[in-house]
Design a protein around this ligand. Structure first.
Ligand SMILES: [Zn+2]
Ligand SMILES: [Zn+2]
Length: 330
């Protein structure tokens, strides 16, 4: 209401956008949210660590306040709508040279294909449909939030009371049954009536696209992002699958001893008994099943381990710190 929203920046098509990015006098800003820029962005772009578009406006205004007269402020978003508002805002704030990508990344992707021009956008364009992302280049620039492996597939936590948006690789998807944390995994194993009871009266904190941040996600990146591709996407590997196995997560690896082939695990859930069939699963280890014959519980041989106990037992393979311990049921 306080400024002219029709006084917008200069619209640029893909070719012109590429040209202005080459200009050393250009500052390019991504006006999307952190979970969008994480899986793909223009090379050299400023990617504000924000959850809403509105939040990024004063941050950028402050960050670029000394460049209002002489730099090109170039902006982009998914479909071009957000930039219409942002460019009017920045012109009102006194920026002299304001430009925006016409039709956003969606239109840019079309044009570079049709006109066969180089993509200065790397990775995936986040979109709000079931795919949660459209690949623009084969570069994978983000990591699985759980194991750190190069990955740019977003998913929502299977626990309906959580529904956190996060990046999960196929191995972690299998091991964690599409959940964001051991807590959520445990909840999904409860009868539905109990799950509903747990949710009652509580705000669904991580609902769909709102947040996408959790302390459980060790490899989540936002704010300053790297332009270096971590891997090349495997074209045939796009078939997503849900794996349902009858198993319950007990805990995770704390330490391993290379020579003795002994694994140290901490029990975080339920209990473990000698004679149980167990599964040790992780991105490098794969899935190793064995029957527990003997274990040390907090340093002493025992036949049962409960929550909080540290257990060690012999394994015929190498255990990694990213490995998880499951009990196989039935
Ligand atoms: Zn992973
Ligand atoms: Zn969750």
């Amino acid at each position: 209401e306080t400024f002219d929203v029709t006084n917008i920046g200069v619209h640029l098509k893909a070719k012109e956008f590429n040209q202005i990015l080459e200009d050393p006098n250009t500052i390019v800003v991504d006006f999307r949210n952190h979970y969008e820029s994480e899986i793909g962005h223009f090379k050299g772009a400023i990617t504000p660590d924000v959850e809403t578009f509105r939040e990024s406006l004063p941050i950028i205004n402050e960050q670029l306040k000394d460049f209002k007269e002489d730099k090109n402020l170039v902006m982009y978003c998914t479909g071009g709508i957000r930039c219409e508002k942002a460019s009017a805002y920045f012109k009102h704030q006194g920026f002299k040279n304001v430009f925006q990508l016409e039709g956003g990344i969606i239109n840019y992707a079309k044009q570079i294909k049709e006109e066969n021009i180089e993509s200065k956008f790397i990775g995936k364009n986040f979109v709000f449909d079931h795919r949660l992302g459209e690949r623009i280049t084969d570069d994978i620039v983000s990591q699985c939030h759980q194991c750190g492996k190069p990955c740019d597939n977003h998913t929502n936590c299977l626990n309906d009371g959580c529904h956190l948006l996060f990046i999960q690789c196929d191995d972690c998807k299998a091991a964690m049954e599409n959940c964001c944390s051991t807590e959520c995994l445990e909840i999904t194993h409860l009868p539905l009536a109990e799950q509903v009871k747990l949710r009652r009266g509580k705000q669904v904190g991580n609902k769909v696209f709102r947040k996408g941040k959790s302390e459980n996600l060790k490899f989540k990146h936002s704010g300053e992002l790297s332009d270096k591709p971590l891997a090349v996407a495997n074209k045939t590997n796009d078939i997503r699958q849900k794996i349902k196995v009858k198993k319950v997560l007990l805990g995770k690896a704390e330490h391993y001893y290379v020579k003795a082939q002994v694994g140290l695990f901490v029990i975080e859930n339920q209990e473990l008994n000698v004679g149980d069939k167990i599964l040790i699963s992780g991105p490098t280890t794969g899935n190793e099943e064995l029957v527990l014959e003997k274990m040390l519980v907090n340093g002493i041989e025992n036949s049962v381990a409960k929550i909080g106990d540290k257990i060690t037992f012999e394994v015929p393979f190498r255990v990694r710190l990213s490995d998880k311990l499951f009990k196989i049921i039935g």
